[in-house]
Design a protein around this ligand. Structure first.
Ligand SMILES: [Mg+2]
Length: 311
């Protein structure tokens, strides 16, 4: 297995990765990129906490194709990741779930978080001031999927933190009952997936009509990765969730990782903090703006796990 590490716009590295996730050597891809940045910018060398749960990463995502095992470091600057790891109790690790911790699969109900990622989250939850998952799923479903009790879970893009969203539960369900499409009921939001549609263009065309009708019913439609989601007209997104969680803990040093449009709100919530590390999990479906606004870009949940192992 090879991993290519790329500093955007300048160079690409490749190396044998048969030793990935063993004995600390799994950290080399980003490490190599950082070394290169240090040479170019003559920064002070970063310090790394090397007390890692190395075994936690063994063989994770090993079936992923080579082209998906690439870390792209997008911004030449000081090593934000290492700085975050220097004071973990005053920092938060906030993570999307689907496409970020759990690889995207054709049916959302089949998604799973690898055991190695769970072990890593368990370690991080003991080490950091806060480790939380902010998901489009319900909090209960995210907890079931991730399966780490010491992690905090916030569901339906932060709606679960907004009391006024509750009165829209019945209207949402009444509306979704009029839609001729399989519905994923998340309580305070509903989703219509079209990843498995035989004719994707026709599916999108139909769901765009639904989105318009939902808007007329007072609901808020939002398209994500092969999905239309309908939500109450209550201001809540992953950004409000991030602010809520950070406010609770008085935390101003944060890493947030996500893969989709809804994660842009969370990226925005990190503006002005003492230390912010915005991580984009890139893919063919990832919005270009997510990559553009990221401090660090990884190409898969597997590469995100590599990065988490450095924290
Ligand atoms: Mg996601």
């Amino acid at each position: 297995m090879h991993v290519a590490v790329q500093g955007v716009g300048d160079r690409t590295y490749e190396r044998d990765d048969s030793d990935r996730c063993e004995g600390g050597r799994h950290r080399r891809p980003l490490r190599e990129a950082i070394d290169e940045e240090e040479q170019r910018h003559d920064d002070d060398p970063p310090t790394y906490s090397e007390q890692r749960a190395e075994e936690a990463c063994n063989q994770t995502y090993e079936n992923e194709p080579r082209e998906h095992r690439r870390i792209v470091r997008s911004v030449p600057h000081d090593d934000l990741v290492a700085r975050l790891a220097e004071a973990p109790k005053s920092a938060a690790i906030l993570l999307d779930v689907d496409g970020t911790l759990a690889p995207i699969v054709p049916r959302p109900e089949d998604a799973r978080v690898p055991d190695e990622a769970r072990e890593e989250l368990h370690r991080l939850a003991a080490r950091y001031g806060l480790v939380a998952c902010i998901s489009g799923r319900t909090g209960a479903d995210a907890r079931r999927l991730v399966g780490v009790e010491s992690v905090r879970y916030v569901g339906t893009h932060g709606l679960e933190l907004e009391p006024e969203a509750e009165r829209w539960r019945d209207p949402l369900h009444d509306f979704s009952a009029t839609v001729d499409w399989p519905v994923e009921d998340k309580g305070l939001s509903v989703s219509f997936h079209y990843r498995m549609a035989e004719d994707e263009d026709a599916a999108l065309e139909y769901l765009e009509e639904i989105a318009e009708r939902a808007r007329g019913a007072g609901l808020v439609p939002r398209f994500g990765r092969k999905v239309l989601e309908l939500r109450p007209p209550v201001h809540a997104d992953k950004g409000t969730a991030v602010r809520h969680l950070l406010g609770e803990g008085g935390l101003r040093r944060v890493l947030y990782a996500g893969d989709d449009t809804t994660d842009l709100d969370a990226f925005g919530a990190l503006d002005g903090l003492e230390l912010a590390v915005r991580v984009a999990v890139s893919s063919d479906e990832a919005p270009a703006e997510l990559v553009r606004r990221a401090d660090v870009v990884v190409d898969s949940p597997a590469e995100l796990l590599d990065l988490l192992c450095r924290l």
